[in-house]
Design a binder for this molecule. Structure first.
Ligand code: ZN
Length: 128
């Protein structure tokens, strides 16, 4: 299982003149390192997040889940490809402890691990 982390940093900036609120973080650090401001790292908080949460956080940060090679549900893109490459009754390529079943559902054809991991992957690209 992959791990993902979210870190929130609180950086206090002391200055005499107002700083425009669209100043980028790199410029703020520069102003504190060699400019008219003093910076002080106040808080550093790291949490682990699951893949689904990371997919949402990436979208919220104006990036994309594919930045970490996951889909919008947090599923690893290489895991999805491995499951899609299976034939029915193949060994599960993810947990190697069970067989893969292909089945028809209302929302299309799925490859589902009937073993340890229980991974379920649509066999065709969904449009999300
Ligand atoms: Zn499995």
């Amino acid at each position: 299982m992959r791990a993902y982390y979210k870190t929130i940093i609180t950086y206090q900036v002391l200055h005499e003149d107002p700083i425009p609120d669209d100043t980028c973080l790199g410029d703020i650090v520069e102003m504190c390192d060699s400019g008219p401001c003093v910076g002080n790292l106040k808080k550093w908080e790291t949490k682990t997040v699951d893949g689904e949460t990371m997919a949402k956080l990436l979208t919220e940060a104006r990036s994309d889940p594919s930045f970490f090679d996951i889909d919008c549900n947090g599923r690893d893109l290489s895991d999805i490809e491995a499951m899609r490459a299976t034939e029915p009754e193949d060994e599960c390529p993810l947990c190697h402890n069970g067989t893969v079943e292909h089945c028809s559902r209302e929302d299309g054809e799925w490859a589902i691990c009937r073993g340890e991991c229980g991974a379920a992957v649509p066999l065709e690209d969904d449009d999300d």
